[in-house]
Design a protein around this ligand. Sequence first.
Ligand code: DGJ
Length: 740
Amino acid sequence: MSISVRPMAGAAVFSALLLSTTSAFAASGYDADSKIFRLDGGDVTYAFGISPQGYLQAVYWGGRLAGGDKLGPLVALRDHSSVDMSASITPQEFPGQGGGIFVEPALKVAWPDGSRDVVLKYASHSIGRDRIDVVLQDIGRPLRVTLHYTIDPDTGIVGRSATIENRDKDVVRLDQVQSASYTLPTGNDYQLHYLTGRWAAEWTLQKRPVTEGSTVIESRRGSTGHQSNPWFAINRAQDAQEESGAVWFGALAWSGSWRMTVDRDQIGKVRVVGGYNPFDFAYRLKPSEKLETPVFYAGYSAQGMGGASRLMHRFQRNEILPRHDGELKLRPVLYNSWEATEFKVDEAGQMELAEKAASLGVERFVMDDGWFGKRNSDKAGLGDWTPNPEKFPNGLKPLIDKVQGLGMEFGLWVEPEMTNPDSDLYRAHPDWVINFPGRPRSEGRNQLMLNLARRDVRDHVFKVLDELVSKNEIKFLKWDYNRNWSEPGWPEAGEDQQRIYVDYVDNLYWIIAELRRRHPGLEIETCSGGGGRVDLGILALTDQAWPSDNTDPFDRLTIQDGFSHAYAPAVMMDWVTDSPNWVNRRQTSLEYRFLSAMQGGLGIGANLNHWKDEDFATAKKMVAEYKTIRNTVQQGELYRLISPQDNSPRAATLSVSPDRRQAVLFAFLHSSTKLEPFPAIGLRGLDPAKLYRLRRIGGAAAEAGANPDVASGRFWMERGVQADLRGDFQAAGYVLEAAE
Ligand code: DGJ
């Protein structure tokens, strides 16, 4: 978020800024009498205060309060017992590991003399319209921590980060640095939701009760990872519904190793602490140096998990995703050659596919892996980013000209952070990879990782990409990343080498940001062997994300559903591929595949050389349909009407345009049994007083007699749409358009 800090005298602004209780308004303030800070935005209030002992203490996080509501003053918490002292049970906003606390600390420090005690207390603050900075100071040592708070006026999503500053004359080692500690209201029936996965099975929604003890979700892999995603949501079991009940949720804007600890302590306080993963972490902060953490965003919704994800989607669209000339661009329909050709790309073959793709109405043609160096398999070539002379004897220009001549943009696959040992780059610079000298260099997919933390490597990678994009009319890069870290050494950095966990990611962000600055129209997709690197950090620099290599249209329903809990359909790319699909060898109709893929940004990844005339006709019709609804699907409000989770045989989603004039419904049936009818699908989010005309996507008439052609929004929400789905792997899509 770009918010300017306007320091003001705290006490004077508190009442002035908190008079309004309307939601599209953000305010921040400090009440000197009660020593309470307060941020209000959307339907949310977030408050914290200075405890009588000087700790910064969590006070309130939930639905928006009235301006005059009093939240303080705070009273000093008494020791719970001799084993649970006051300092430890005080819910600190940013606890240092010291002074006898046993909760998860936000900061652990090793001082040069061997002491490891850090106790942070309030020192000063400054306040802007929708941000607050609070300075904490260790009680004895010159270590300063500035906590940054922002609130989004629209969604009430709070952003928290911290800057640690060494004001001493010696180096201080930071062993654990978190971005924030969030404390939930006292409650005993919380349930944690989080996303786990593996290659080809990302975005699995998990649920578990928050009981005494910790749940740690994390990546130790050097990047975001498939195994867990840096997102959480916590609701209350008693009132948990998709569309109602309180939900606290959050996501970390970081693409390196990360950790979130969800903890219910012995006195029932629930906290979520998140930031850099302390696993193998050490950051030596030199005199006057600062370390600024990634932002840990968190929000609150009273509208259930559905409301929580709609806030996340809106926040991402409005505040996170890159804009082009101030606009969030719609995802063009793309064709990608990977599943059709794998590494067997060449000029003639790509041109043939391009012609066929263009005939379908595709707008962006993307050539995937295999076009460069000696890349005939995954054994060689990464690092040598010049076109393979046998496959592209005249470079990329003839293909790009052809693609443009067909009215499409050209996009290209790259994996810039990697090198194969069998590459000219590695032969010239074996020292450029992450390694521990004298130890094996473990390979994943026959490749090693370039150490982007090194300035020379960073500059080389940037130069290669800059030249590639400057010399060729490339409008889109699919940025892949197909392995995780091993032997995470940076020999040249000596005792500072664990900074690799921070410097690598900072330099990755720098390269992408600089590339975008130099090539303003360029769009980028984050891909990591499927969905291994999707987080709010990388999404601030990329236009779209590849959720999974699993393109089975039925598997995709749960994958896309899981993805949608944390991330916006505006970035979620989905392809129509061949049947039987390579994952489950399952056969599905082309219409089913399209309807599954039309729930996000539509792509086609099938081998068009195998298609029949009727496939082209169906695909052409579906692509044309998609263009009429993509605005709503990508940038509308998403309602998950029937969850595909827990082996549900049915699934349905609804997207409603911001002006509520169009709604798009997708319904899926795995298999019907015993003549069980598909339940009526009650819609949401429509204008009850408006008339909406219903039509079925693909041209077929709506089920004869089952649904009226036109009815009120109230009708479609109360009585619902009746989909007559029967059989195996059946799907239906509907569009509702405001009739007047
Ligand atoms: C992994 C990606 O997720 C795939 O889509 C494809 O681009 C391959 N890499 C290419 O090697």
